[in-house]
Design a protein around this ligand. Structure first.
Ligand SMILES: Cc1cc2nc3c(=O)[nH]c(=O)nc-3n(C[C@H](O)[C@H](O)[C@H](O)COP(=O)(O)OP(=O)(O)OC[C@H]3O[C@@H](n4cnc5c(N)ncnc54)[C@H](O)[C@@H]3O)c2cc1C
Length: 141
């Protein structure tokens, strides 16, 4: 059995069963990394692009927004709608159909992008009470 690695200083993450009473000077595992806040990237609300024949975007690539429970749902419905668009378009009309799909998707995404941006402002604002009030609004007692 490998003996525990002595950690003479620093925080004890997982005390060894054979080590002395806490606070211990010997740990079985390295201390966990300190929490970090990764950057949160979003596209601007109402982001659009000039249509390019033969290619389109959907999901986060089209409308990356704050993670408040919407993005995956949009990506899935857009995938289904694009599939429907492509299978139902008549020859010679595929590009116009995809352009129309993009316009519908962009309009819907803008609504949710605005909503999630406002929600994020409330969640990470300086007053924690605004975050709690958001949950109360979403799910009244
Ligand atoms: C913390 C968090 C919580 C979330 N919670 C929810 C939730 O509760 N409900 C909800 O609806 N949404 C939620 N979302 C949002 C959701 O995860 C995304 O909106 C969704 O995954 C977008 O799907 P996508 O297919 O567009 O993109 P992605 O899921 O990002 O898929 C893109 C894929 O492309 C791959 N890729 C990238 N570049 C290349 C390349 N050059 N070549 C090949 N492959 C490549 C990536 O590895 C990835 O697998 C959350 C997001 C986060 C960050």
């Amino acid at each position: 059995m490998t003996p525990p690695t002595a950690r003479p200083s620093g925080r004890c993450w997982k005390p060894c069963s054979t080590a002395g009473p806490p606070p211990c000077s010997t740990c079985c595992a390295a201390a966990p990394p300190s929490p970090t806040a990764p950057p949160l990237h979003v596209l601007p609300v109402g982001h659009t692009w000039d249509h390019v024949p033969g290619v389109t975007l959907l999901g986060d690539a089209a409308h990356l927004m704050p993670p408040l429970g919407v993005g995956a749902n949009l990506a899935m419905i857009e995938g289904a709608e694009l599939a429907e668009t492509l299978t139902q378009a008549r020859a010679g009309e595929v590009d116009a159909a995809v352009r129309a799909f993009e316009e519908r998707m962009q309009a819907r995404a803008a609504t949710f992008a605005e909503m999630t941006a406002a929600g994020l402002d409330r969640l990470v604002g300086p007053d924690p009470a605004t975050a709690i009030a958001l949950f109360d609004d979403l799910q009244p007692a």
